[in-house]
Write a protein that binds this ligand. Structure first.
Ligand code: MEV
Length: 428
């Protein structure tokens, strides 16, 4: 049975959901508590992470269910403030699971470190010299992080790029491509480019200025594919073919129009960022990589995903994007919730995590496009939005539930109306 197919999960109390999650996942009590933020990040841990700490900031953690990725069932922890994201991902994952699940692949985890070389006396000659001595540079760079090399990673390739025309005149850019294995890689990369700068200066005769990782991680890609029979897409008055073709037309909009592509890609990132947050990874890096890739892959900003139908009429979705994600080091190592999240997903390498992330992104995109192409996005949002408004008006638990239902029935969901209804109920 696909883990988490109990249809009543969302109706349970939080305590009951935790019990069920423990049953499905086999997490021990301590790990389950860590996942659920009990007691959460300690003051010492928080102080070790950033400066000037005065407290902690909480967000909800939900579990997206029904994910089957490369034949493996995965329960996906998501940290996010927006309603409908966890439900949308779970629902679409269920459709995909019934059709064989997601197929996900990754490239080697290769990140790029950049050096900007100013005041180069002869650009063409310097570029030629770097290329000619790239093996020597790679061998030397490999001595900087012997642990990484022992783990099977290390420097892989040198690239040289010439910029003839810039606001400060010509300069050379040297890339060090490094397989960073299970790390996000920023530290490994930044150390290598800083330490190799004097060698590059000696070879080029220039002055190395910036030495920093690139967030356009287009050599560290993750790809997910899903395939769904049209009959599984049918609902209410919408036939499966209608839904399929509606999704493909929605994708076509994002494929040609950057205004739409930005929104469609934001929908993809709704899912990805939530899992990135749950694992305490650098979501700004993932965002930067995603949008830069969306803008450079086809030389103009476009959709990260694509949707089409195959020869038998199935809907086929594909998403390929950079995934600079780590499972060792940084906040991921320090944060107890992040460690528990990795354990829940049974992630053993950064590639495992990247495959989950890209599948969640594709599911989230499908949820948005299916809703937009049929009933519109507002209906699904309405109930949870109404509940949030009810809670902001001071209602809790069952009362919040009743108040939300009343506002949805009236189609008037705002804080003033919520307060009015509460007053009316208090008077009666
Ligand atoms: C909202 O957070 C995300 C969507 O706008 C995505 C999309 O339009 O594809 C619904």
């Amino acid at each position: 049975m696909v883990k988490g197919t109990n249809p009543k999960f969302y109706e349970l109390s939080m305590e009951e959901r935790r019990e069920m999650l423990q049953k499905w996942s086999g997490l021990d009590d301590e790990t389950l508590d860590d996942l659920c933020g009990i007691p959460g990040l300690t003051r010492t841990q928080a102080e070790g992470m950033i400066e000037n700490v005065v407290g902690l900031y909480s967000l909800p953690l939900g579990i997206a269910r029904n994910f089957v990725i490369n034949g493996r069932e995965v329960l996906v922890p998501m940290v996010v403030e927006e309603p409908s994201i966890v439900a949308g991902a779970s629902f679409m994952a269920k459709l995909v699971a019934a059709n064989g699940g997601f197929t996900a692949t990754t490239s080697d985890p290769v990140m790029i470190g950049q050096m900007q070389v100013l005041h180069v006396p002869d650009m063409a000659e310097a570029a030629r010299a770097i290329r000619a001595r790239s093996q020597e540079l790679l061998t030397e760079a490999a001595t900087i992080d012997p642990v990484l090399v022992r783990l099977g990673g290390g420097p892989r390739e040198i690239q040289v790029r010439e910029f003839q025309d810039s606001p400060v005149g010509p300069f050379l850019v040297v890339h060090f491509l490094v397989d960073v294995r299970d790390a996000m890689g920023a530290n490994a990369i930044n150390t290598i480019v800083e330490r190799m700068a004097p060698r590059v200066e000696a070879i080029t005769g220039g002055k190395v200025h910036l030495r920093i990782l690139s967030n356009l991680a287009d050599r560290r890609l993750a790809k997910a594919v899903c395939r769904i029979r049209p009959q599984d897409l049918a609902f209410e008055d919408f036939s499966g073919e209608e839904v399929r073709d509606g999704i493909i037309a929605a994708y076509a909009f994002a494929a040609v129009d950057p205004y739409r592509a930005a929104t469609s890609n934001k929908g993809i990132m709704n899912g990805i960022d939530a899992v990135v947050m749950a694992t305490a990874n650098d979501w700004r890096a993932i965002e930067a990589g995603a949008h830069a890739y969306a803008a450079t892959r086809d030389s103009r900003y476009t959709s990260l995903s694509s949707w089409s139908s195959d020869e038998t009429g199935n809907l086929v979705g594909e998403l390929e994007m950079p995934m600079a994600i780590g499972i060792v080091g940084g906040a991921t190592r320090v944060h107890p919730g992040a460690q528990a999240a990795l354990r829940l997903m049974n992630v053993r390498s950064s590639r495992d995590l990247a495959e989950i992330l890209v599948s969640v992104g594709l599911a989230q995109n499908l949820a948005a496009l299916r809703a937009l192409a049929t009933e519109g996005i507002q209906r699904g949002h309405m109930n949870l939005h109404a509940r949030q408004v009810a809670m902001s008006a001071g209602a809790e638990g069952e009362l919040a539930h009743r108040l939300a239902e009343a506002m949805v029935r009236e189609k008037k969901i705002n804080i003033e109306r919520a307060k009015q209804i509460l007053e009316e109920w208090n008077r009666s």
